[in-house]
Design a protein. Sequence first.
Length: 269
Amino acid sequence: MTDLETSNKIINLSLNGIKYGTLLPVTDVNKLYQKLYSYNTIPIPLGQRSARWDHHSIFPVNSHYADAAKLLEVYWIPESAGDDTGYWLSWKPKKTTVRGINPDSCTFKLYISPHIDDYFPVFAEVIKVLTEAKVYCFKTGSNYHGILRPDKLVVYFDNFNELKSTAEKIHHRTSNFSAQGVPFSAPLFDTLMLSWGIDPPSRKKAPVSWRVWITKELASGIIEGKKMLVDEPWQYALQHVRSRGFKIETWEPDQQLFATHQTKKTYPL
C-alpha cells in the first residue's frame, strides 16, 4: 500500500496515533480503543487533578475576556452535557438557530483544539464567532482533564456547510495561537486547531461519537492484523476501516458509511 503520510498535520497526527497503537502490548479491543481515543492528551499536572470550573468562572478575572464572558451571559444558556461524568460544560443559544439534532440524522461536530497555554484566548474568540453562527450547542471541558484532552472544544451543527463557514471565521481569528490537534478526525485547513467528524445517527440507541466509532474500528483492525502476522498492522487497520466505509486518504466518512452501517439515510454534504 502507498505510504499515506502527507503534509497535513492532522492526518499525520492520526497516522502516528495508529502506529503508536500497534506498539502497545494490548490484545483487548476495548482497552486498545481507549488508548487510541486518548492519544495526544496532555498529562494532567498532579496539583490540578481535582480542579473544577463552572460557567461563572470559565474566564479568568481579566478584562481581556470581559466581552466574551458577557456574550455567554446575554446570548447563551448554560446546561448539563447530559452525562454523569461532570467532564463537560455546555451551552445552547437563547435564540434558537437550528431546530435541533434529529436522532435519525447525522450530527456534524467541529473540533477546536488550542494548546492549554492558549486555551482561554481561543475560547474567547470562539464565543464571539459562535454567537453569530447557526449552532445547536457547544461544549468544553469542565476541569483540567477536559481541557488537556485534544477535543476540548466541540461545536454541534445540523449541516456541513454551516460547520465549514463557522470554521473559516474561527480559523481567521485563531491562526496565530498554538494548537494541540484532534487525532482521528478530518482536517480543516492545514492546521492542528480545527477538524471535524460526524456522529452516527442514534436510531434511539445510546449516541456513539465519531472518534469512539473510528478508534474502535482501528483497534479491531490492529489486533486482527497482529493475529494474521501482517508486516504493518497499522496499514492493515486502515484498510479495515476503509472496508467499513471510511476514506483513509482524507479521514472523512464515505457518503454511504452510515447508510451501510447505521441507517438508510446518507448525510447531506
